[in-house]
Ligand binder design. Sequence first.
Ligand SMILES: [Fe+2]
Ligand SMILES: [Fe+2]
Length: 278
Amino acid sequence: MENAVNAILQDDSTLLGLANNKNYGEYAFNHSVNVAIYAIALGQRIGIPKKYLSHLGMAGLFHDMGKTKIPEEILNKTGKLSAEEWSIMRSHPVIGTELIMRMKEWGELSTRMIEGAFEHHLRYDLTGYPKLARKKKITLFGRIVTIADFYDALVRPRANHRFPYVSEKILGIMLERSGKDFDPAIVKVFINMIGVFPLGTLALLNTNEMGIVAQTQEDPELIDRPKVCLVYYSDGEYRKGKVVDLREVDGVSGEFKRSIVKTLNPNEYSINVAEFLI
Ligand SMILES: [Fe+2]
Ligand SMILES: [Fe+2]
């Protein structure tokens, strides 16, 4: 992030503006940071040189910058948006691009940031928005930020999505739409990166126990055998149990002691996953 840091040191007004803007609440700021993290991690995996990873991070961080100019009533509306409200909402990639274009002193970095801001709602097959007058190929940064944005938007709860989706389901949707909405090669890498059972996944085990994925395994052969914090129900609430390693084998039968049967939606059990991971 060296270049990013330098850019911020030179002119921190933009980033501070993003952090302080009232329209742009905590959710939106966290979302921007998450998109940057996913984008950098993804970029690293597909071999983007380190020098450009900071540009990619900035493209992720500022992708929704145009939303700072969208009225709060529209941004936070819980009900359905009217056609007019939608068209205002859909203007955020263009507004973001204009805002970034004003940061001339950022040089090449601003060009890369524009790719994230302008293209993140454009799909791989060029549908989506903004509508293009002329067909153009979506840039690598644009394709990466689109994937990072889509995933983070669905994985966490917010005003107009009462419940977040479980990761497994989102990755399924992405795979289904790969080649249409998303670059198929990058989707594959992303799915591999997130893993089948990412940290914090609530899972049902074949022992009828419930557990939360507390540590994933490095070895790709064992990605379905993470360490899991068992969860048990007593006195009206779910409590933290011991951490077990799903690689553990039963000495007598030679079989795995526990395996994940399926993932569960933590909201249905009113479990705040974060509390179990601390
Ligand atoms: Fe957006
Ligand atoms: Fe976004």
